[in-house]
Design a protein around this ligand. Structure first.
Ligand SMILES: [Zn+2]
Length: 335
């Protein structure tokens, strides 16, 4: 579905003369055609609503692929819009642009149009996701009373059933606040239960092991740490069953919108005991645990590109991974 079907703002007919309003209508038709010829994105936001939309769908713009994300300033738009150029002059375009409504919020479009795509129709899921987010905040133990949460559990369980045991290849990275010169392999196991705080995929007092897929992901997940800090590089020694939620584009049903949404992909707000942003991910972890999984792979909310692998069995996970070496990290250069 194209992004288009732009329409005039509510004040356009009152504030514009009849000839200008007619010109605006022709300009909108031309814009529709030009945008259609460039992209098939179904979502467009303006400067006023882009941040709020991104909070609702955090992965929508952090994804490096699968999302066509364009930010098109007005003059650049005009310069490349052949049909619009045939309809209005540049000065007419800039004068009438504020009378075109943003397809998302209905406000005046302004200088930027952000067009992007999600692999599902967000409108189909927004009410369910908002209701579940509210329940997770007010009565987290009762999320399973919600019909949408039961659909999530059913789909996770079905996904687990078709997940086969495999040996994860390559290196995995785990950061700890110990000096690299004195760090031992045992420093990179799961923390003791008494020191385990609530995490994205674990309950308080229930140790799990979080591993990053790259050095940079580990660095970002550890909030760009200062000294003392070291990174353990680990590898798997035995096959495991990992529920892979890191590619939401390939998922069907409710899992794609759930993994894209702020129910699971909102960055942590930092300290404090109230962490509603972790309720649904911990619910997902419980579903995976009961379905016999060893862990979950998911996309990092810090980098949007990297992935993390969480091993559910805490200290027992050391039976199937080992520390290869320990490094003292330097801050990764950021492009
Ligand atoms: Zn808007």
């Amino acid at each position: 579905m194209p992004v288009t079907y732009l329409f005039p703002t509510s004040n356009a007919s009152k504030e514009l003369s009849d000839p200008d309003y007619d010109l605006l209508s022709s300009m909108i038709d031309s814009m529709d055609e030009d945008v259609d010829s460039w992209c098939t994105s179904s979502i467009a936001c303006c400067d006023n609503c882009f941040d709020e939309y991104s909070r609702k769908w955090p992965l929508a713009y952090t994804r490096a692929h699968g999302i066509r994300y364009q930010n098109t300033p007005a003059r650049l738009f005009y310069a490349s819009a052949g049909r619009v150029q045939g309809t209005v002059t540049e000065s007419e375009f800039l004068r009438l642009l504020p009378y075109i409504a943003c397809p998302n919020c209905g406000g005046s479009l302004g200088p930027n149009l952000f067009a992007f795509e999600l692999p599902f129709d967000p409108a189909d899921f927004e009410a369910d996701l908002e209701r579940l987010a509210e329940l997770a905040k007010t009565a987290p133990f009762l999320v399973l009373s919600d019909e949408f949460a039961r659909r999530i559990r059913d789909e996770i369980t079905a996904f687990c059933l078709v997940t086969e045991q495999a040996l994860p290849t390559g290196e995995f990275f785990r950061g700890r606040d110990v000096d690299a010169s004195s760090a031992a392999s045992s420093d990179f196991g799961a923390p003791p239960a008494s020191k385990t705080k609530e995490g994205r995929y674990n309950h308080a007092g229930s140790p799990v092991l979080y591993l990053a897929d790259t050095y940079e992901t580990c660095w970002e997940e550890c909030r760009r740490p200062s000294d003392p800090f070291s990174i353990g590089i680990l590898e798997f020694t035995k096959p495991v069953k990992i529920l892979d939620l890191s590619e939401p584009d390939e998922m069907k049903g409710v899992l794609a919108p759930v993994m894209y949404s702020n129910l699971t992909a909102a960055p942590s707000e930092g300290g404090g005991w109230d962490r509603p942003e972790y309720v649904l991910t911990r619910f997902v972890a419980d579903c995976a645990r009961l379905a016999g999984m060893d862990g979950i792979r998911y996309r990092s909310t810090r980098t949007g590109k990297g992935t993390n692998t969480m091993l559910l069995k805490g200290e027992a996970a050391m039976d199937y991974i080992r520390v290869v070496r320990v490094e003292k990290p330097v801050a990764p250069s950021r492009a």
